[in-house]
Design a protein around this ligand. Structure first.
Ligand SMILES: Nc1ncnc2c1ncn2[C@@H]1O[C@H](COP(=O)(O)OP(=O)(O)OP(=O)(O)O)[C@@H](O)[C@H]1O
Length: 260
């Protein structure tokens, strides 16, 4: 199957630190690909390069067959790649509905801080979007009053407002209470799958990876150390030792070992 988003030999060093040391990755249309790996492995750097926030020093990025290496974030969004950040980028003094409406207005390229009135059509689309994310009950709340799970969903809803074909999410569950995590991912997976959006997400919670990823890429020192199905990758002793051992204790037969 042909790749929708592809990295070929991507390289970027910060001084002596090789944050990307020849990344080759082909993301297939429709798939959910999880990126795992220890802190500092280069996961965020990859997202930053794929979305135009960092310029690679070598290699190429292709989207739908066209090279987008070195394009600006705005141009990359326009082509159909959106992202969310580890820390949600909401306008804290605005309501959830206003945040969604602002994202829609920005997508249409007609919102201006000098003409800040939101059009009824944007609000209508915003409410529709929030409904899909189960966020209507929070529509009138200010963004700074939300719990972390709702904040993350609202942030991702803003990215979805841009109508991307690929969405890259940097740790969509970080900071979300353990009791809320699965519901948050369940919701965002349902919305993305029903909209046909391809997802790439950095994740430290292996239960989330196991349940929602079609494939897993393991990052280590700026390289992809393993790539495959969650079952295969998470069972790899090297991955268990170097990545999962840090995030999750090994499982015992018939149940989870020492998860407390
Ligand atoms: N702007 C920058 N300037 C200098 N060094 C940087 C910069 N961005 C990242 N690095 C370094 O590049 C390496 C990869 O960082 P990156 O944030 O991509 O890792 P990560 O896998 O996303 O880590 P984490 O899981 O902690 O978010 C790290 O050693 C980091 O310190």
């Amino acid at each position: 199957m042909s790749a929708l988003l592809e990295a070929r030999g991507l390289r970027l060093a910060f001084g002596g630190v090789k944050a990307a040391d020849g990344i080759d990755l082909a993301v297939t249309a429709g798939e959910f690909l999880a990126i795992i790996g220890p802190n500092g492995a280069g996961k965020t750097t990859f997202i930053n390069m794929a979305t135009g926030y960092l310029r690679s020093q070598g290699g190429q990025i292709l989207f739908d067959g066209a090279e987008i290496t070195g394009r600006s974030p705005r141009e990359i969004v326009r082509r159909g790649i959106a992202r969310s950040f580890q820390l949600p980028q909401l306008f804290s003094e605005h309501t959830v509905e206003e945040n969604a409406a602002l994202a829609i207005a920005a997508r249409d390229g007609i919102w201006s801080p000098f003409r800040p009135l939101l059009r009824p059509a944007w609000r209508e689309e915003a409410r529709d979007l929030l409904d899909r994310f189960g966020l209507l009950p929070a529509a009138a709340l200010r963004a700074d009053a939300l719990n972390e799970g709702t904040r993350k969903l609202a942030d991702i809803a803003m990215a979805v407002a841009l109508r991307p074909r690929v969405l890259l999410m940097d740790e969509p569950t970080s900071g979300v209470a353990a009791s809320e995590k699965m519901a948050v991912v369940e919701t965002l997976a349902r919305v993305l799958r029903s909209s046909g959006v391809t997802a790439v997400f950095v994740e430290h919670d292996m239960d989330v990876v196991e349940r929602f990823a079609d494939r897993v890429a393991v990052w280590a020192q700026g390289r992809i150390a393993a790539l495959g199905s969650p079952a295969a990758v998470l069972a790899d002793p090297e991955v268990q030792r170097n990545v999962i051992g840090i995030a999750r204790p090994a499982r015992a037969t018939g149940g989870r070992a020492a998860d407390a």
